[in-house]
Design a binder for this molecule. Structure first.
Ligand code: SF4
Length: 971
């Protein structure tokens, strides 16, 4: 602890007790900067910078710089942000735990105590990404999906259980409990944290704001509770876990002034979609958003969280709501202790941070205005979350999208292709009579026989065909048919008002005698069991069940694309007629193939609208005018008759927010989860790696580990492993989806006794470097320009032997004595041949290399293939830092040197000159290209190691060896 600028102060904890804190008002009083005028989000980061100022990782100049943040200036300074805690989901969390386990193994081999490897901040992993909707629409769907999940993921879960007992600060929320961000909001987040501390032998408890990073982009949901946090890549999270700062460029802060209030019938989802559209247009990428004004103050925390969750969709780093009495109310209503609530309020009052700012209080980089009263019922799609459509314009928008070009986010259909209809048989269980007492409906869409009809002059797509018109067991599907309707995603399931609205709408629909066509795969996957508790207590789950929205799991499901299979007959029909079928979901992302491989049009909307569109069975409908279906007396029923009033929802809200329920459901997870208990866990501080496992393997990052870091040296005689054009995404580099049987990863799995049907996805195999390295650059859509006209992870391998004699520097030159072969082969196979030959590799790319969601395996796999440098025209921010974090050199062509103008085809060899012990951030280097005919070209490139700490990371071969050496030196 320190007392820089006399900022270590006391505040009232209540009950006559006092706590210590680093006071922002005191920092201002010391004349360091105009702190009280800074955006609240900047002040919360400043507190971390001040508290963690140690003169090494965080310096006094960092404090001064941030305390003097200006609304508008050129941003060059990086902020070292040490977060209070970390949250992980299982897809990204398992590989992180694998790395920690590998570090412990390395420490043990070096004869030290493996316990020196321990996360320095609390880490919570929530297992939420592995459940799939294999079963839906039946009362036993939840149990069956859980069974499948545990069967598929047993090895991963065993490993997580080892981690739970091996690390003191690593906790796991087991499967079947909820979704990471909702669990964070309802349970993990404390708002204010404390830790014992000492200064000059005086002990005290220091209090500080709850801040975090998470390995999921929608970590921002917690911004709705006034907590600073966002999604980062696994490598950054790993660094954060091990006490390293998360570095980010000083941001602009856009203030969004909210005025007025939402009108009757308008939901928080409508507001979130409106904000997304507005902020996308305002180009807020990389910026903080701070909502303020009376409209913000009047929103309940659950509505704020829905808006904050979608920050990645509007492109911002955060969508932050400041702290106020509403936050205290939420903490209290969700079962947090009275003591915590009091400390929380007192702490933020002492910091001058309690209350939502009003106009003029803070000078933002830019101010935007939104009148909540102008928000209308909306959906977004069919391909992007920012493409909002007002509900009455839905029919029109869908029909326009059908004929718009693919380039223009349409489906590129010709007019004469619009009216194709296929008839499919879907086996259907008996539809029980509506039972108002209880009884889960046994209605399911199961694989049935396909009986497709050729193109026929079907009813005009704009003509109303009520769902009830379909005959049981035989359905017509066509462009615009809704085939998946999912109440999914923490975005909305954390918000009782929209969940209750869905239940109320279902109730009225059942009472009107409406039903959902069995061809629609309906599902309900809340982000916590609290939702089931209040839907059961209000009796609304019963009606959702009647419409097929039976519970399928507590996890991410359709939101992340785990929507499970559609009946084979339906898939066949879609494929045969190239149908633009639709999904409707309460999620946050909808790009093509995210929700389901076969569903092209995906619309985001509130849970009640999901139920409404499921009832309608199609998206080419104007629900403000057209009947949603035909009721029990043959009368058309309209959406307005089903839509619940604000009052009806409010009346039930008290049922939803019951502190005791939260306390009961968020305790002792293991005891409530027999399947989890049945999984045997190994014990001990060091993991007993099982070489037969195809899910968990010790990665080779520390194989050659020595205490002395290597020297930075020039790279000579490298070969191009691949040459790419623009916009290569992290999913191109490291796909998350299915594994092809014929791919190197598929062959590896088959060789290791895994049947193709048990391959699971790359995402679930991120704990096995053997699979992931083989999967690097293995996306079926990637285009390596070295093999023109071919899609997929192949390259040309040039040469098979290197000159036997190394040159005087000990470097193998990479000049080949044998004739080049240019043999086409999988990228992984070529990389291994080059490795055997001792040839370093480079990747050449165009603009925006590494865009898409942050994915640490995109950098890890690049490293493990033997790639020493990636030379691109520009890099996505996080992928660039991930490359450095894995010891791969990012180099950027200077402006004016487009990669294409160099006419590279992979026959060249490459030297990177100017690298040495005196390397500086952003230093200019030379890329020397030696062509096959002996011609030489020297191209200036900028080293995109951007900060001094990154030089250290690079020299040490990445963040992990860097941290390991530091910890070993202290041990
Ligand atoms: S529900 Fe969707 S947004 Fe929420 S954590 Fe899961 S995948 Fe991310």
């Amino acid at each position: 602890m320190h007392n820089l600028f006399n900022t270590l102060q006391k505040f009232d904890l209540g009950g006559g007790r006092q706590g210590s804190f680093y006071s922002l008002p005191a920092l201002e009083k010391a004349g360091v900067g105009p702190v009280s005028q800074l955006p609240v989000s900047i002040r919360l980061v400043l507190e971390s910078v001040l508290r963690n100022c140690d003169g090494k990782k965080v310096s006094e100049s960092n404090v001064r710089a941030l305390a003097n943040w200006k609304p508008v200036e050129t941003r060059t300074a990086e902020i070292p942000f040490i977060v209070a805690r970390i949250v992980l989901q299982d897809f990204t969390g398992v590989p992180l735990l694998v790395d920690l386990a590998a570090m412990r193994s390395a420490v043990q081999r070096l004869g030290k105590n493996p316990k020196i490897i321990e996360p320095l901040v609390p880490v919570d992993l929530v297992v939420d990404h592995s459940v799939q909707v294999d079963f839906a629409g039946t009362a036993d769907a939840l149990q069956k999906n859980l069974d499948m999940e545990f069967r598929r993921n047993r090895e991963r879960y065993q490993f997580l259980k080892w981690g739970m007992q091996a690390f003191d600060t690593f906790k796991v929320v087991p499967p079947g409990i909820g979704i990471v961000h909702q669990v964070n909001l309802e349970y993990l987040a404390k708002g204010v944290l404390s830790a014992p501390s000492t200064l000059n032998s005086q002990s005290s408890t220091i209090f500080y704001p709850d801040t975090l990073v998470g390995t999921d982009s929608h970590t921002t949901m917690i911004n709705g509770l006034g907590i600073v946090g966002w999604g980062v890549g696994g490598i950054e999270a790993e660094a954060g876990m091990l006490g390293q700062p998360v570095y980010f460029l000083t941001p602009d802060v856009v203030g969004v002034h909210l005025a007025g209030s939402l009108k009757e019938g308008v939901t928080a989802t409508d507001l979130a979609l409106t904000v997304t559209e507005m902020l996308r247009k305002a180009k807020v990428v990389g910026k903080f958003i701070e909502f303020f004004g009376p409209g913000a103050a009047a929103l309940p925390v659950v509505d704020r969280a829905t808006i904050a969750n979608m920050a990645p969709e509007y492109g911002a780093t955060m969508g932050f709501f400041p702290i106020d009495a509403e936050c205290v109310n939420y903490l209290r209503a969700t079962g947090r202790s009275e003591e915590l609530c009091r400390t929380y309020e007192n702490y933020y009052c002492a910091q001058g941070l309690f209350g939502i700012p009003k106009k003029g209080d803070i000078a933002y980089s830019q101010e935007l205005e939104l009148d909540l009263g102008a928000v209308v019922s909306s959906v977004a799609g069919p391909k992007r979350p920012q493409d909002r459509i007002e509900l009455p314009k839905m029919k029109d928008a869908f029909m326009k999208a059908m004929t718009r070009s693919v380039m223009d986010n349409g489906f590129g259909k010709r007019y004469e292709e619009l009216y194709v209809t296929a008839r499919v048989n879907t086996a259907r269980k008996a539809h029980p009579p509506v039972d108002h007492s209880y009884g889960h409906r046994k209605l399911g869409v199961e694989p049935g026989e396909s009986e497709m009809r050729d193109q026929h002059p079907a009813p005009c797509a704009s003509e109303q065909v009520p769902a009830a018109a379909f005959r049981a067991g035989q359905s017509e599907i066509r462009h615009g048919s809704v085939l998946i309707a999912a109440i999914t995603s923490c975005t909305n399931t954390s918000n009782p008002s929209v969940m209750l609205a869905a239940g109320l709408l279902a109730k009225k629909a059942v009472e009107h005698g409406l039903s959902v066509n069995p061809v629609v795969k309906t599902s309900l996957a809340p982000g916590s069991r609290v939702v089931s508790d209040y839907l059961d207590r209000t009796g609304l789950q019963l009606y959702l069940d009647q419409l097929g929205f039976n519970l399928v799991g507590y996890g991410c499901t359709t939101c992340i694309g785990n929507s499970g299979p559609l009946p084979a007959a339906v898939e066949d029909a879609i494929s045969k007629y190239d149908l633009v079928a639709a999904s409707v979901l309460s999620g946050n992302r909808n790009f093509e193939a995210r929700v389901h491989q076969s569903i092209k049009a995906n619309f985001l909307m509130s849970p009640p609208l999901v139920v409404a569109f499921a009832l309608a069975g199609r998206v080419d409908i104007d629900l403000s005018r057209d009947p949603i279906g035909t009721g029990k007396h043959g009368r058309p029923v309209y959406l307005r008759e089903l839509w619940p009033s604000l009052r009806e929802i409010r009346d039930l809200m008290q049922t939803a927010l019951q502190p005791d329920v939260y306390r009961r459901l968020f305790k002792d997870f293991a005891a409530q989860n027999p399947r989890w208990n049945e999984i045997p866990a190994s014990t001990g501080n060091v993991y007993g790696w099982d070489r037969r496992s195809t899910y968990i393997q010790e990665p080779p990052f520390f194989e050659q580990f020595q205490m002395q870091a290597g020297e930075i040296r020039e790279i000579k005689g490298a070969r191009a492993l691949a040459i790419f054009g623009d916009s290569v995404t992290t999913d191109h580099i490291s796909p998350a989806g299915s594994i092809k049987k014929t791919s190197p990863a598929g062959k590896y799995l088959i060789e290791n006794g895994v049947m193709a049907e048990d391959f699971n996805s790359y995402g679930s195999r991120r704990g096995n470097d053997r699979v992931m390295t083989r999967g690097t650059f293995a996306n079926v859509r990637i285009k390596n320009l070295m093999v023109p006209g071919v899609e997929g992870g192949v390259t040309r391998y040039f040469g098979s032997r290197v000159r036997e004699n190394a040159d005087a520097t000990g470097e193998k030159s990479g000049a080949f004595t044998s004739a080049v072969t240019g043999e086409v082969m999988p990228i992984y196979d070529a990389a291994m041949k080059y490795r055997t030959a001792g040839v370093p590799l480079v990747v050449i790319a165009g603009q925006e290399y590494g865009t898409g969601s942050s994915r640490d395996w995109a950098a890890k796999g690049t490293n493990l293939l033997g790639v020493k440098a990636v030379v691109a025209q520009s890099f996505e921010r996080i992928h660039r830092s991930n490359l450095v974090g894995m010891g791969v050199l990012p180099l950027q062509f200077k402006e004016g040197t487009p990669a294409q103008s160099l006419k590279l085809d992979g026959t060249e060899t490459y030297d990177i000159l100017g690298l040495g012990a005196s390397l500086k951030p952003q230093q200019d280097l030379t890329l020397k290209i030696t062509r096959q005919d002996g011609g030489v070209e020297e191209v200036p490139v900028r080293c995109r190691i951007d900060t001094p700490i990154e030089i250290d990371y690079y020299q040490h071969g990445g963040i992990l060896p860097f941290v390991l050496r530091q910890l070993m030196a202290k041990a």
